[in-house]
Design a protein around this ligand. Structure first.
Ligand SMILES: O=P(O)(O)OC[C@H]1O[C@H](OP(=O)(O)OP(=O)(O)O)[C@H](O)[C@@H]1O
Length: 165
């Protein structure tokens, strides 16, 4: 974890599912609803996008594929992004879905490429929040969100044993 992150926020599959459904309810009140299709931002947006597609009965799903270079500490986040695949058009009528907006660097690039799209993320941090139209939950900038696909179950030592009491 980078020194800029001081706390973890663990998200279970159930929480992610519930939060994404809540996002869907918000999206149904958006001026652009119903959406013609979804553009999922790989990779983190793929699972929320599948849930949104199910809830909003959307079958047209495109992707925009973005990867981060392993940068030096001095390298700006925006300079470390590499667009592998774009989505068709300018995004008009489409719903962009990602799991998270953090610094906003990815969102900034997406807005440039797809100015017509409505942009939704499940979670947001303050620096990136102004760049998305909808999100369910905001966490502090120093929080690292631990998504369920990055986790695995482990035995948890009882508190008494951990503290040696
Ligand atoms: O607001 P930013 O600081 O740009 O960060 C947000 C982006 O970071 C995560 O993707 P990541 O780069 O970890 O790639 P992945 O989803 O393929 O793992 C997340 O899915 C967003 O796309």
């Amino acid at each position: 974890m980078s020194a800029a992150y001081n706390q973890d926020f663990f998200v279970s599959w159930e929480e992610l599912h519930r939060d994404t459904r809540q996002l869907c309810a918000m999206l149904m009140d958006d001026a652009s609803y119903p959406f013609e299709g979804i553009i999922a931002v790989t990779r983190g947006g793929l699972i929320p996008a599948a849930i949104v597609a199910r809830e909003l009965d959307i079958r047209l799903i495109d992707t925009v594929c973005i990867a981060s270079y392993e940068g030096t500490e001095a390298q700006e986040r925006s300079e470390s992004l590499r667009v592998i695949k774009r989505a068709a058009g300018d995004g008009t009528g489409m719903l962009l879905v990602d799991d998270l907006v953090d610094t906003g660097a990815t969102a900034h690039k997406l807005r440039e490429m797809l100015p017509g799209a409505t942009f939704a993320t499940v979670y947001a941090k303050p620096e990136g929040r102004p760049l998305v139209d909808h999100c369910v939950r905001t966490v502090t900038q120093d929080t690292w969100i631990r998504f369920p696909w990055d986790m695995e179950l482990h035995f948890s030592t009882p508190l008494v044993e951990r503290r040696g009491q």
